[in-house]
Write a protein that binds this ligand. Sequence first.
Ligand SMILES: [Zn+2]
Length: 304
Amino acid sequence: MLLNLKQILAPAKQRGFAVGAFNVTESTMFRAVVEQAEELKAPVIIQVSPNEFEFCDREQYLYFVERLQHSPNPFVLHYDHGKTYEGCVRAVQAGFTSVMFDGSHLSYEENVRAVRRVTEMAHAASVSVEGEIGSIGETDNFEAGTVKDMIYSTPEDARQFWEDTGVDALAVSIGTVHGLMPRGYVPVLQLQRLREIAAAVDVPLVLHGGSCTPAQEVAEACRSGISKVNVSSEFKNAYYQSIKDFVLADPIKVSPTLVAKDAVQQVRRVVCEKLNLFGAVGMAGDYRAPARERPTGEALPAVD
Ligand SMILES: [Zn+2]
């Protein structure tokens, strides 16, 4: 079943677990995540970043939507880190049930204005919206072990932003970093800050950069108000490492069915580990398919 973010995160927030959100680029990775979620009866969010979205053709998303809609397991198809209004419209037109508008690089006022515009468009199509307050860090220099652009979220800003925009989920910056960690850098989550933000807003909170943050801290964050955790680099790294090892060991056997076999298992291993950590395994039974089919994106404003 294909839900929006609001629908998939409500039971998570209520019962104190988090839904894993996995960034997939192509259909082999997509199948590995979907089949593992189904096996574990865990709700899962499939997400696609703007670069990944542009990399694939529109027909791929017809397949994604069809596959997720007909699964007994709850899923969301989410557009991650959208940076433009037009990008968000295209995702809705492609059948995505949720979009993120990341205005963390903008001033507060510009961020609010841009998110409100996206929210108005998306909500008209029953599509949910994730916003971001503060700024989640990026790896600056891998060898030097430094990060950049991290601005912690505060409970006051989170509450104001939520009231000003009407977002359905809110990404907060509490110490995680996007991507694989720079050498020697160990992210420390500010769990007290998280608890204060969770107490100040009544909207599900999102943790980005869930790949290499210590497991116990992520598990604690899921019990302290985080309802969605984004995972990307960790399973992609396992996927491509496996392919690299296979091809280097036997450059003659380059058939995709042989090359991808172990890589798929590596993705499934990471997904399984994360879903257990988030407390999401077996939670699919909490969900019911929405009563009405959501409207298609046909009535949306036209963009090139
Ligand atoms: Zn992110």
